[in-house]
Design a protein. Structure first.
Length: 135
């Protein structure tokens, strides 16, 4: 929330599972390399990264923050359910944790994210959801 205009950005906390087939024998290191390049290209700040194992499947976890540039915030019109354009904010940050796996020629991404401003309130719930995943 912008402290001056009381405008806000709507990006709900979420956990997503993305599964995509590969056209070749996929290796975990390939996915790690792509993930590392994405973090670099987007100007993200890496918080942590480590190898993980879930259900006997070796994977990779990374936590990072990604900037959104020139975000247009919205604000509620007092006394209504309507929103109007608010101020232009230089940047806002999304906090994200990815679990990455290569399984039987499929890439599997389990992604938990929230705005940085909401991370302290949502992190435990997001991490519990990610940790509940099993193969």
């Amino acid at each position: 929330i912008d402290p001056v205009t009381k405008a806000f950005m709507r990006l709900p906390a979420s956990v997503k599972v993305l599964i995509a087939p590969a056209d070749h024998s996929l290796q975990l290191q390939e996915l790690i390399d792509v993930a590392n390049e994405d973090v670099r290209k987007t100007g993200s700040t890496r918080i942590s990264s480590k190898e993980i194992t879930i259900g006997g499947i070796r994977g990779y976890s990374q936590e990072f923050k990604t900037p959104f540039k020139n975000v247009i915030l919205t604000k509620n019109v007092t006394g209504t359910d309507k929103e109007e354009k608010g101020s232009l904010k230089e940047s806002a940050w999304r906090h994200q944790i990815d679990y990455i796996f290569a399984i039987d020629n499929f890439s599997v991404y389990i992604i938990g994210s929230a705005l940085e401003e909401a991370w302290s309130k949502r992190a435990d719930e997001i991490k519990a959801s990610l940790d509940s995943f099993n193969f």
